[in-house]
Design a protein around this ligand. Structure first.
Ligand SMILES: C[S@@+](CC[C@H](N)C(=O)[O-])C[C@H]1O[C@@H](n2cnc3c(N)ncnc32)[C@H](O)[C@@H]1O
Length: 389
C-alpha cells in the first residue's frame, strides 16, 4: 500500500511527521548514517513526545488507526476477570498489574466485573509507556461507578516487593521493537534505514553478532536453515523486557494475549516475507516507512519465545490456547443470556462474533497463561495447545 491510498493527514499531523523525520535524520547521522530496524522502530513509536505512542495521535478505537478486543466489547474484560478469579482468590490482598493499558477500557471492564464478586483488589496498577495514553486511561477510569473503590495507580517503576495476584498484557508484546533480517546466499543481513538526501530508505548491513546468534538459535530450534530471500523479524531483547516486567510479580499469574504463533509456524516457509503489520487510518498494510510517527508498526509474536523466556525466569507455562477458547470458558455466554434487554443481547452476540470467529480474532489471537510461585488449577474446557510450542 502506498501513501496515496490513504487519506491525506491534516496539516497538524503532516507538521508532526515532518518534525519526526527531522529528528530521525539527526539520529541516523549520530549513528554513522544507519539505524537498525529495532532502533528505527523504537524511535518512531516511542521517542518521547515524537513517537506514535508517546505523542498525541488518537491511535486506538473509533477514529484511530486500529481496534483491539477491549474496544470491541466489554465481554473481553468480563471473561478475563472471570478467568483471573481463581488465582486472585488465593491471596488476602490481591492486585492486578496491567502493562500497556491502551485507552483504559480493559482496566475499566475488569474492575467493574470484579466488583460483582467477593474479590477485593488491593490495587490495580498500570505500567504505561505513553504519557498521552496515561491521560486517556485516567479519563476512562474516572467514569467508573463510585462503588468501585479500587486504588488505581500508574507506575513509573514496578513495586519493589512485587505484587501478589496477576499481571496482564493485551496486544503489548506485538508493539515491542524488533529486528528485521533477510537471508541472501547464506548470509544474514540486518534490515535498517538510512537517508539519501531527504529520502528515508531501507538499507541492509551484515547482521550484528547478537542478531546472528539469535537467528542461528531459531534455525537450530526449527531444524531448518532459512533460504535465500527469506525475510522475517525477531525480538532480540525480549527476555530483558520480560525480566523487567517479572520484577513486578512476587507470586501469581501472568496472562499475555496477542496475535501470533509457535516458532515453527512463525518461521514457516509460507511466511517468507515476515509477520510485520502496520496500521494507519484503520487499514492494515506492510510499509513501515510511510508517515513516520503517525502510524503503528507491529508484528505477530513468537509464543515459543515467550514460553522459553518465561521458563528461564522460573515460570510454569500453564496454558496456551486460542483466544476464543479462553473467552468461552470465561462464562461470557452465561453473561449474555442473563441480559434482559433484547437489543443489548443482540449487540453483544454480534460483538462476540468478532472476538470468536477464527479468521477475525478467535484463532489468530492466542492466550498464554503463566504462573510464578503459585499453584493454579487448570482451566476447564479449554483446548490446550502447549504441545505445539
Ligand atoms: C497495541 S496497544 C494495546 C493497548 C491495550 N492493551 C488494548 O488492548 O487496547 C499497546 C499498548 O502498550 C503500550 N506499551 C508499549 N510498549 C510498552 C512498554 N515497554 N511498557 C509499557 N507499555 C507499553 C502502548 O503505549 C499501548 O498502551
Amino acid at each position: 500500500m502506498s501513501k496515496t491510498e490513504f487519506e491525506k493527514p491534516d496539516q497538524e499531523a503532516l507538521n508532526h511527521t515532518m518534525l519526526v523525520q527531522e529528528h530521525l535524520k539527526n539520529e541516523v547521522n549520530d549513528h554513522e548514517g544507519w539505524l537498525s530496524f529495532y532502533n528505527f522502530m523504537n524511535f518512531v513509536l516511542y521517542k518521547p513526545t515524537l513517537g506514535y505512542y508517546t505523542s498525541g495521535t488518537h491511535k486506538i478505537g473509533l477514529g484511530g488507526d486500529f481496534t483491539t478486543a477491549p474496544e470491541i466489547s466489554k465481554l473481553f474484560g468480563i471473561a478475563i476477570a472471570n478467568q483471573l478469579l481463581p488465582a486472585l482468590r488465593k491471596y488476602k490482598k490481591p492486585s492486578i498489574l496491567e502493562v500497556g493499558a491502551g485507552s483504559g477500557k480493559l482496566a475499566f471492564d475488569i474492575i467493574n466485573q470484579l466488583n460483582n464478586t467477593n474479590v477485593e483488589l488491593d490495587h490495580y496498577y498500570i505500567l504505561e509507556i505513553s504519557g498521552d495514553l496515561k491521560d486517556r486511561q485516567k479519563r476512562t477510569l474516572s467514569q467508573l461507578p463510585n462503588k468501585n473503590q479500587v486504588k488505581i495507580r500508574w507506575l513509573n517503576k514496578l513495586p519493589e516487593e512485587g505484587i501478589e495476584g496477576a499481571i496482564i498484557a493485551n496486544e503489548v508484546i506485538d508493539a515491542l521493537p524488533f529486528e528485521r533480517f533477510k537471508i541472501i546466499d547464506n548470509n544474514i543481513l540486518q534490515i535498517g534505514i538510512t537517508y539519501e538526501g531527504s529520502q528515508l530508505i531501507e538499507k541492509e548491513k551484515v547482521a550484528s553478532p547478537l542478531l546472528r546468534e539469535a537467528i542461528k538459535n531459531v534455525e537450530k530450534d526449527i531444524g531448518r536453515s532459512f533460504d535465500t530471500g527469506f525475510v522475517s523479524e525477531i525480538q532480540v531483547h525480549f527476555e530483558d523486557w520480560f525480566k523487567s516486567i517479572d520484577k513486578g510479580l512476587k507470586s501469581g499469574i501472568a496472562l499475555f494475549i496477542d496475535y501470533g504463533y509457535t516458532r515453527k509456524d512463525y518461521y514457516s516457509l509460507q511466511k517468507d516475507n515476515g509477520n510485520m503489520i502496520c496500521h494507519f487510518q484503520n487499514k492494515a498494510h506492510i510499509d513501515p516507512y510511510i508517515y513516520p510517527g503517525l502510524q503503528d508498526i507491529s508484528a505477530s509474536i513468537d509464543f515459543s519465545l515467550l514460553a522459553d523466556s518465561a521458563f528461564n525466569l522460573g515460570y510454569q507455562v500453564e496454558l496456551y490456547c486460542h483466544q476464543s477458547d479462553f473467552l468461552m470458558s470465561g462464562d461470557i455466554l452465561a453473561f449474555i443470556d442473563s441480559e434482559s434487554d433484547d437489543k443489548e443481547r443482540i449487540r453483544m452476540n454480534q460483538q462476540i462474533k468478532q472476538l470468536f470467529l477464527p479468521n477475525i480474532m478467535g484463532e489468530i489471537f492466542k492466550c498464554m497463561l503463566l504462573s510464578k510461585n503459585c499453584n493454579i488449577t487448570h482451566l476447564e474446557g479449554v483446548k490446550d495447545l502447549r504441545h505445539m510450542l
